[in-house]
Design a protein around this ligand. Sequence first.
Ligand code: HEC
Length: 181
Amino acid sequence: MAKAKWLVEICGLPFTVCRLKLSPRVVIALLICGCLTLAACYKKPAAMPSDSQLKAYDTEQDWNDPQHLIPLNYLQAEGKRVFYNNCVWCHADTTPAGPSNRGNLTPTPALMDDGATLNGLSDEFMQNIITLGGSAMGRSAMMPPWGRTLTPDEIRAVVAYARAVAQPPYRPPSSRAKDAD
Ligand code: HEC
């Protein structure tokens, strides 16, 4: 019976208003206030992560566009960890600890997302220069060798990470060959 009582009360509202002798203007003002209060409580639902991001192990913010999150698979996510532990100091402009060392180096190391420079290098060359260092590859010795610090899997992972964040995007040789048909 509680429901019926509630209904009676709601239906009786106009009479109550009449009995209080509220002018229509006051009633309208009260209604508007009520609506505004309700509108203020309404929250926009938070943006849902896209499907590919739900499946990803991690994401990386696009270095040039903070609105764009790049989903990372397992290997790329592992590479992100390797990168921020070892390479960020020379291959990015900012690091989690502040400005990087990149501007002090000659030659200036490529940014790890610099697709224009890195997309043209084969995975094999990338792995070799990371493992053996710049001087072993006829490049600057300012690029240290990582073969004793990182495992071959970690080196493959950091290359996969560089490919994932590359701008312009990296296209593996197999997909490039398909376009040529
Ligand atoms: C102490 C600074 C320093 C650190 C740390 C460092 N690099 Fe480098 N890296 C360089 C420099 C300088 C070059 C440029 C060598 C040249 O062009 O002669 C370079 C070149 C490279 C290249 C070749 C790019 C090109 O332009 O041909 C790759 C790939 C690379 N580094 C990957 C890495 C990775 C991955 C890490 C972390 C595991 C790393 N580097 C850590 C300084 C560094």
